[in-house]
Design a protein around this ligand. Structure first.
Ligand SMILES: NC(=O)c1ccc[n+]([C@@H]2O[C@H](COP(=O)([O-])OP(=O)(O)OC[C@H]3O[C@@H](n4cnc5c(N)ncnc54)[C@H](O)[C@@H]3O)[C@@H](O)[C@H]2O)c1
Length: 425
């Protein structure tokens, strides 16, 4: 083959340069004398001892600092054995970082992030400097709920159904994707079950593959029509296992929720070695701005009816009780849980308890004192009472709700009034 460029020196014998023996011996002697001088410097005046003591003190400080800064690590982790807790990075756990170091921003997925609770969670995560990817199929979610973040480079929105797998690289996953209101989860019950089971399995699989921390939003429906009051996390619930046609989804909702929680816990057991980290929240009735209007949930129903000057519909005698939590309290609880060292489940709800008639009165006080109340026959299996016992969340997450119904309701009313007016114009 024709050689195009002659390489310099190619084909010529290159002399191999070696150091002369005299030079090598001199260099070695100099090196030895420098090392022995350094060693004797260290040994003089107990300098070595001071260096070792200093290193030991610094190691102790960095090893013990996370334990000293979060005392709740020393408390037991409820019904889930403590050995199930896996080591987590300080960044994803949100523990206090050593003085002078800032927690690096996290990449976080919020499934169902365009929905009611999800969009408020996204607001909080972006406000504290993290990057957020919302996954939503817009079944009940709306772009309007997150449109104010479209200019933010730390925000991404993906139209995707969680029933299908997805690949992403993130530190944490908040899994909220599932219609929460009766109107929507009864619309296509089979799809709701698929979303719950397959969607959760897909997101669990993703969390396992990428080593992300995974938070499941389970529900107080798991307690059914409770015989224990208020309900602790350890209560097994009183669920009607007989599924009535037409109420199929409502009847099986607690069962499906149990199945999902079990799936998550099994995943945690099976995937111990893969740094899988699980958190489970049990959410009680939550209200606030951006709830779907006319979604069949009692607070949104009453508020929408009062604003439209329609009678407030009370089912049954109105003496059944519920507890109502303002959405920002729930979001604080979800974040506190995600960043804690505890798996859960944790009840997240407001223990303030109201009968439906008392709630109707608060809505009347806030919107229209002349609003009428209309009674209709109650639906089967409607729980007689619901009230969370939040002792565990108070102790282990240092969390409790701050906003009372009388404080939170006017904020929701302002948002609903605007949306109802917009829809009419
Ligand atoms: N709000 C409450 O009072 C309450 C009570 C108990 C539990 N929860 C749970 O909290 C979560 C959020 O509730 P919410 O009140 O914000 O409900 P929501 O209906 O407003 O939000 C659910 C979001 O999930 C999305 N979604 C539904 N199916 C999906 C799918 N297959 N793929 C991708 N996205 C999907 C919807 O479009 C919506 O944006 C739900 O999992 C719900 O079960 C809420």
């Amino acid at each position: 083959m024709k050689q195009l460029h002659k390489l310099p020196g190619l084909g010529q014998q290159q002399p191999i340069r070696t150091h002369s023996p005299t030079y090598t011996v001199t260099a070695a002697r100099q090196h030895n004398s420098r090392s022995s001088a350094a060693a004797s410097y260290l040994l003089r005046e107990q300098r070595l001892l001071f260096v070792l003591v200093g290193a030991a003190l610094a190691s102790c400080f960095f090893l013990l600092q996370p334990y000293l800064s979060s005392s709740d690590r020393l408390l037991p982790t409820s019904d889930v054995p403590h050995r199930d807790l896996l080591p987590v990075s300080a960044a994803s756990a949100g523990r206090r970082m050593p003085v002078g170091l800032r927690r690096p921003p996290l990449r976080i997925v919020v499934t169902g992030g365009a929905g009611f609770v999800g969009s408020h969670l996204v607001d909080k995560l972006l406000a504290r400097g993290d990057s957020v990817i919302v996954i939503d199929n817009f079944f009940t979610g709306r772009k309007e709920n997150v449109v104010h973040h479209f200019h933010n480079p730390r925000f991404e929105l993906i139209r995707h159904d969680v029933v299908e797998p997805i690949l992403l690289e993130v530190d944490q996953i908040y899994h909220l994707a599932c219609p929460a209101s009766p109107v929507h989860y009864k619309y296509n019950p089979i799809k709701t079950i698929k979303t719950n089971v397959m969607g959760t399995l897909n997101m669990l699989g993703l969390a396992k593959r990428i080593g992300a921390r995974f938070l499941l939003t389970s529900t107080s429906e798991i307690y059914g029509d409770p015989l224990e009051h208020p309900q602790k996390e350890t209560y097994w619930g009183n669920v009607n296992p007989i599924v009535h046609l037409g109420r199929v989804c409502l009847a099986c909702l607690p069962t499906v929720s149990e199945v999902i929680v079990t799936l998550c816990l099994l995943h945690g057991q099976v995937r111990k070695s893969s740094h899988f980290q699980l958190r489970i929240a049990r959410i009680f009735n939550t209200y606030g701005p951006r709830m779907c209007i006319d979604d069949g949930r009692v607070v949104s129903n009453f508020v929408a009816q009062a604003l439209r000057r329609q009678p407030l519909t009370v089912y049954g005698d109105g003496k059944q009780t519920r507890s109502f939590q303002y959405v920002s309290d729930l979001v604080d609880g979800l974040v506190a849980l995600m960043e804690s060292e505890h798996i859960g489940p944790f009840n997240l709800g407001n223990p303030g308890e109201f009968t439906m008639l008392e709630l109707a009165e608060v809505v009347k006080e806030t919107i229209d004192s002349t609003a009428a109340i209309e009674f209709k026959p109650n639906t089967a299996d409607d729980p007689h009472m619901r009230k969370p016992d939040i002792t565990k969340a108070k102790e282990l997450l240092n969390w409790e709700p701050k906003i009372s119904l009388r404080e939170g309701l006017p904020r929701m009313v302002t948002n609903f009034r605007q949306r109802i007016l917009d829809a009419q114009s």
